[in-house]
Every structure is written in C-alpha cells, then in structure tokens.
Design a protein. Structure first.
Length: 299
C-alpha cells in the first residue's frame, strides 16, 4: 500500500508517518515544501495541476493531509487551511480519483461548546476564530469533493514534540530552566478553560484506522479524549512530571480564543463505531511522554 503523507514533518505529521510506516507492506511517501526534501508540494501555493503531477508521480492508494497552520495572519491561515485542501481535492480528482483521502480537521471548527454537552459531528459548526473558520472551509472542500474521503476533527493534541506555540510545548520550555528551584515562578495566562485533550499517538492510530478501514466512511469523525479537562489540570500535571517545586502563577488575562471558547468536548462514539477506535492513552500518559521527550525529566 502506497501512502502519501502531506505535512509529514510537522507535529502531527511526524507521528502519523511513523505509525503508518509500521503497517505491513506499507510504503510511506512524504511530500512537503521543496526545501523540506521528499516530493515537492506546497498546498498553499501550488496550482492544482502542479499538485496533480506530484500525485501522479507518487501513485498513492491513500493520501493523508497533515498540512496546516495554527497561527499567523488570517491570509496565511486561509492559504494553508482553506485553499490547500481545495487544491488538493482538485488534484486528486484529476490524478488519483480512487485514493482514500484522510484530512486532519480541528475541533475548533465547532466553536464554543455548552458545558456538560459533548458535541457530535452533526452539530452546527460555528467557529469564532480565523483558525477555526479556515479549518472549517478546508473541511467543506473535502466533504463536498465527491472523493473517498474522511475528515478527522482533532481535539487538543498533547504528547512528544508539542510545538512551542502550544500551551504544553510552551510550558515544557518554561519548566526546563526552572528545574527544582523552590523559588522559581512560571507565569501563565488564564487556565480556567476546559479542553478535550488527546494523546498525539492516539491521533496517529486513528489516522491508521482511517487509512485502512473499508469504504465508505462517515464524512467527518471526531477524534479526541472524549472528556472536558480543565487546562489548569494539564499545567499542574506537566509541572508534576517535571519535578517542579516552584509556583505556577496564573494571570486573569488569557488568550482571546480561551475567553471566547471556554468549554469544548467531543463525542467520539462515531469513531468507535466506524473505526473501532478509542483513545488508549490518558492525559497523564501524554504529559509523561511529552516531558520525557524533552530529555530533562527529573526523577
């Protein structure tokens, strides 16, 4: 089985590619911006005709799109998260119309949740940030493309390699120099929001199931932990794994997104039915793996 992974050098893409390479008989090909090596493909800028040439050369049985932008100017987000999937679908229809497409979406597409209510795939999508809006546009491009495709709406991934732009990655970077100094102070924003955290390794396993499951699949599947967890719990859990003895100082000022989306939790029962998938790792597992990967774990 030939599997083309777009965005395979990113946070999620690295874990996905590693998981897929372990499949018996799988040949995993990576495609990204030309400077990144492998097959050259820039979803934000390449014309569909150019992407079709890349697809024709790869001749994939499945394509996994892990490419995406989580921050930056709205134009950048639109180019990568909205224009990119649309161009990819056009190229697939031309060069590899029978290939299975697994596209990574985001729970941010749903927007604010109702405390105590898990959101299902049929719930209205009401994103309140440019990121969520552009990810939703990408999802619509995929689900309307008349391809063998599924969108995995990912919750908040946590685990080894978490980027510095994310709270887990940023907090790990702050905890490393603090060490076990009892007088150390790590300052963070408002941690009162609730999020649906999912281990990045469970995300990769869900992608594997989506790649290999028999058709047809539902157009959209939620992939998360299935539980709303206070962000504060994540912060103190990571501090515990770091052996941190100082103080986490929480500011009343948080991110605009946290203020507008104070509670999120996904119903993951559809993924269990369609893929036989459920998360295998707890949030504590994910935090332990994240800290161990920093090379600074304190006994």
């Amino acid at each position: 089985m030939r599997i083309l992974v777009l965005g395979g050098t990113g946070y999620l893409g690295r874990h996905v590619a590693e998981r897929l390479r372990a499949l018996p008989g799988a040949q995993v090909l990576a495609a990204g911006r030309p400077a990144g090596g492998g097959l050259g493909a820039d979803l934000a800028r390449d014309r569909p005709e150019r992407l079709a040439e890349t697809l024709a050369a790869a001749a994939p049985d499945a394509v996994v799109n892990c490419a995406g932008a989580t921050g930056g100017a709205p134009v950048t987000l639109a180019e990568v998260n909205a224009r990119g999937p649309a161009a990819l679908c056009a190229a697939l229809r031309s060069a590899a119309p029978t290939a299975r497409l697994v596209h990574l979406g985001s729970a941010a597409e749903y927007g604010p949740g109702t405390p105590g209510v898990k959101v299902t795939e049929s719930a209205p999508a009401c994103p309140v940030t440019p990121y969520g809006a552009t990810k939703l546009a990408g999802t619509l491009a995929v689900t309307s493309a008349a391809l063998d495709a599924v969108v995995l709406r990912i919750g908040n991934p946590v685990g080894p390699g978490a980027p510095a732009a994310s709270l887990p990655g940023r907090l790990a970077a702050l905890l490393r120099p603090a060490g076990r100094d009892p007088d150390a102070v790590v300052r963070l924003g408002d941690l009162s929001a609730h999020r649906d955290f999912v281990d990045v390794r469970d995300v990769a396993r869900a992608v594997e199931r989506a790649v290999t499951a028999p058709a047809p699949l539902p157009a959209v599947l939620n992939i998360g932990g299935g539980t709303a967890v206070p962000v504060r719990e994540l912060a103190y859990g990571l501090a515990r794994h770091a052996g941190f003895r100082g103080r986490l100082e929480e500011s009343a000022d948080g991110s605009a997104r946290s203020a507008r989306v104070s509670w999120q939790c996904s119903d993951i029962s559809a993924a269990a039915r369609a893929l036989g998938w459920r998360p295998a790792h707890s949030l504590d597992d994910a935090l332990a793996a994240l800290w161990a990967a920093t090379g600074e774990r304190v006994p």
